[in-house]
Design a protein around this ligand. Structure first.
Ligand code: THU
Length: 130
């Protein structure tokens, strides 16, 4: 699947965002190593801090279905229907991605391709506790 197709899937997923409090819709499209696609959107709550980001929705959907090997994720976020400005993943989502993905894991945004290490150069992991 091309970056463009993956990003389009993220934009489509943003259309399913439950973001009535912030008005900011985010979609994520997570590609597994065997070519399956799991999408996610942000899901907000009246108790604001219980909000789940789009990326974590996608990761939790995939892992709960038995998929833990990932190739790439695309992320699209906007207050409108214009997804041209890059939506950077938050720290919590980067940490969750780092549980399953290495430093070269691909992150596709509206302005191109990044690697997990571009956003999270030093990772807290199981190794950190040894
Ligand atoms: N949000 C995401 O879904 N992913 C991110 O990486 C950053 C922020 C959501 C959470 C909240 O619903 C809205 O964007 C505004 O913060």
């Amino acid at each position: 699947m091309s970056d463009k197709e993956l990003f389009k899937a993220a934009v489509d997923a943003a259309g399913r965002a439950y973001s009535k409090y912030s008005g900011f819709s985010v979609g994520a499209a997570l590609l597994t190593s065997d070519g399956r696609l799991f999408t996610g959107c942000n899901i907000e709550n009246a108790s604001y801090s219980l909000t789940n980001c789009a990326e974590r929705t996608a990761v939790f959907k995939a892992v709960s279905e038995g998929y833990t090997d990932f190739e790439a994720i695309a992320i699209a976020g906007s207050m409108t229907d214009d997804f041209s400005k890059p939506c950077f993943p938050c720290g919590a989502c980067l940490q969750v991605l780092s549980e399953f993905c290495g430093s070269s894991f691909k992150i596709v945004l509206s302005d191109g391709e990044y690697r997990l290490s571009d956003f999270l150069p030093k990772v807290f992991s199981e190794e950190s506790m040894k």
